[in-house]
Structure formats: structure tokens, C-alpha cells
Design a protein around this ligand. Structure first.
Ligand SMILES: Cc1cc2nc3c(=O)[nH]c(=O)nc-3n(C[C@H](O)[C@H](O)[C@H](O)COP(=O)(O)OP(=O)(O)OC[C@H]3O[C@@H](n4cnc5c(N)ncnc54)[C@H](O)[C@@H]3O)c2cc1C
Length: 310
């Protein structure tokens, strides 16, 4: 069921009709079905949302949605857009923390160009004191993503971090690899449908791996981010940190915009650092479908809304 619903949503996410319908109606008003998960289509909306979150005591990271870019021109445009966004963020005074995907910067088109594009973002980022996190995409990208990360790390770009996925069997080694560098890791379960050859298929196995890896990061990592809405795992991580006397400012929890806001607030009230991942932009459909795949109960509701409005 776990892997099955991910596969179903992966298939749906490739439907051009659904994408057209969703893009027309999903964010039409603040009541529309995607508004719960996406801060808006334009940067100003994301800044507004971030201001509100910061006023409530949360940290934020902004993600300009986009992925799977297929041409050099589109990759260059996405890069320019990120540079422009950083200017807007600086002018707004909100926290300087962004997340991005390497398929947005052209990893599928040309590796060297992707690295150049990433550097074009990291230059102003370094000047303006941004932290830049690379989101992790599906397993064909894992090794290339880490290699690009290491290349830039060696070039002294140190205000960068990467996400690693507990569902992948290789991640234990990757955590060690990042810990040895001293790089900041965001630990997630993994949002993509992956084959059994590379990933655990059972939820219990993913959860057990998540806890093991979180402990490895708390013991040996550099300011790790524990990114989950799973209350049991969060409780286990809190207990482990308390037992080891790991101070609350040596790690942070991260949760997604609009998901388990009650838990976000409870963690912040409990004295933990909580960062909310704030996605925005016109290319929100694949992100939105991954979120739906995690929550099958909501599906009928959204599909009905789509076809009613369409
Ligand atoms: C800050 C952040 C950054 C991320 N970055 C990446 C990344 O770079 N690469 C990547 O592959 N994945 C990323 N993810 C997604 C992650 O891999 C999971 O797919 C996602 O977080 C759902 O898993 P979970 O840990 O919340 O546990 P789950 O077991 O899926 O969920 C636990 C509980 O959380 C709540 N919940 C979870 N999802 C939803 C939802 N969509 N709607 C409503 N309630 C929900 C439910 O109460 C559920 O019972 C990120 C997640 C977060 C929080």
C-alpha cells in the first residue's frame, strides 16, 4: 500500500490533463485545494507567508518550485530566477535560507553547466549570507547530487547542505560521507517511488532506518535537520537528544508548509528550533502530487474538486 500509493500518484503526476486542470484551479483563491500546501505562485506571497511564520517563532526555507528542466535555456532561466529571488529576499528582510533542486539547474542536460549554474547562485548567496540546501531527488540523482555537492564544498562554498533519504539503502554510507566533510544534512524519509533494489519498501523498515540515521547525525553530524511529520520518530529523536544531553540548538526539526501545523507549533513551544519549508511558484504540480501520495485520504476530495471546477 505504501509503495503502491506512491506509484499511483507518480503516474497521475505525469498526466497532462490533470496538470492543466490543477494549474488552472489549484491556487485560484486562498480556499483552493493546493493553497494548503503551496504558499502561492509569486515570491511576494511566499514572503508574506514567511513573515507570518517567523512572527510565530519559526525558521523558514524558501523553495522556488521547479524540477525536471530539459533545456540549457530553461536551466539558465531557473538560475537567473533564483538570483533575482535572493535580491527580493534580502530586500524583504526575511531569513536568508533557500532550497533548490539540481534538475531545476540542468543536471539532466549537462553536468558541467549545472555546476556552473549552481555556482552562479552560490556566489551571491555567499556574499549575502544565505544558506542553500539541495533537495534530494530520486535515486538516479543521488550520487551525482553528492558529487556536485562535494565539488562545490571543496571550492570553499560552505554555507550549503544537502538532503538524504532514509528509505535508500545507501544512505548510511552517505551520512558518514557528509559527516566526515562536516556538512549539514537534512534527513527525510524520501518522497519518491523507488525499486526494492535500492530502497526499503516497508514503512517499518524506513522508519527504523530514519531513527538509526538521525542518531548517527545527532552523534557525529553538523547541525542536522530532522525533517518529518512522524510524531513517533520526533518523540524518539527528542528522547535520544535528551538522553545524550544534546542541546536543542545543535539540531533542528523541519516540516512542510501546511502540514501538521499543530505539531509545528507544539515543537516550537517546547523550545526546539523548527524550520518550515515554504514552497511557492507556478510549477507546483509535481510537488503537490507527492504530498497527496503521502495522504491518500485527501485524494478523492481533490480529484472531485478538480473535475467539478474543470
Ligand atoms: C522540510 C522537509 C523537506 C523535505 N525535503 C525532501 C527532499 O529533499 N527529498 C525528498 O525525497 N523528500 C523530501 N521531503 C519529503 C519526505 O521525504 C516525506 O516524503 C514527507 O515528509 C512525508 O513523510 P513523513 O516523514 O512526514 O512521514 P509519514 O509517515 O509519511 O507521515 C507521518 C504523519 O505526518 C502527516 N503527514 C505526512 N504527509 C502529509 C501530507 N502530505 N498531508 C497531511 N499530513 C501528512 C500525517 O499525520 C502522517 O501520519 C521533505 C520533507 C520535509 C518535512
Amino acid at each position: 500500500m505504501y509503495a503502491g500509493s506512491k506509484a499511483f500518484f507518480y503516474a497521475l503526476s505525469r498526466s497532462a490533463l490533470l496538470k492543466r486542470l490543477a494549474s488552472r484551479y489549484g491556487l485560484a483563491t486562498s480556499e483552493s485545494f493546493a493553497s494548503r500546501f503551496i504558499a502561492g505562485e509569486i515570491i511576494e506571497a511566499a514572503i508574506e507567508a514567511s513573515r507570518r511564520l517567523q512572527a510565530q517563532g519559526f525558521l523558514i526555507t524558501l523553495d522556488h518550485l521547479g524540477e525536471g528542466v530539459k533545456t540549457l535555456e530553461a536551466a539558465a532561466a531557473a538560475t537567473r530566477e533564483y538570483v533575482r529571488l535572493m535580491d527580493v529576499i534580502v530586500a524583504s528582510g526575511i531569513e536568508r535560507n533557500i532550497s533548490l533542486k539540481l534538475t531545476q539547474l540542468g543536471i539532466d542536460v549537462d553536468l558541467a553547466t549545472c555546476i556552473d549554474n549552481f555556482r552562479r547562485i552560490l556566489e551571491p548567496a555567499a556574499r549575502c549570507d544565505f544558506f542553500v540546501r539541495i533537495d534530494m531527488e530520486n535515486s538516479p540523482y543521488t550520487e551525482r547530487t553528492l558529487e556536485i555537492f562535494e565539488t562545490l564544498w571543496e571550492q570553499e562554498y560552505r554555507s550549503i547542505g544537502v538532503a538524504l533519504q532514509a528509505s535508500l539503502r545507501r544512505t548510511e554510507q552517505d551520512v558518514r560521507r557528509m559527516n566526515e566533510l562536516g556538512a549539514r544534512v537534512r534527513l527525510v524519509k524520501g518522497a519518491y517511488k523507488e525499486p526494492a533494489s535500492v530502497a526499503y519498501q516497508r514503512k517499518d523498515d524506513v522508519n527504523a532506518a530514519f531513527l538509526r540515521l538521525a542518531q548517527q547525525l545527532l552523534d557525529h553530524g553538523t547541525y542536522p535537520a530532522i525533517a518529518t511529520h512522524d510524531e513517533q520518530l520526533i518523540a524518539d529523536v527528542r528522547a535520544y537528544a535528551a538522553e545524550r544531553r544534546i542541546a536543542n540548538d545543535r539540531f533542528e526539526f523541519q516540516l512542510l508548509y501546511g502540514i501538521r501545523r499543530d505539531l509545528q507549533a507544539a515543537l516550537a513551544a517546547g523550545g526546539y528550533r523548527v524550520r518550515v519549508y515554504v514552497p511557492f511558484g507556478r510549477e507546483w504540480f509535481p510537488y503537490f502530487m507527492r504530498r497527496l501520495g503521502e495522504r491518500t485520504a485527501k485524494v478523492a476530495f481533490v480529484l472531485k474538486a478538480l473535475f467539478r471546477e474543470g
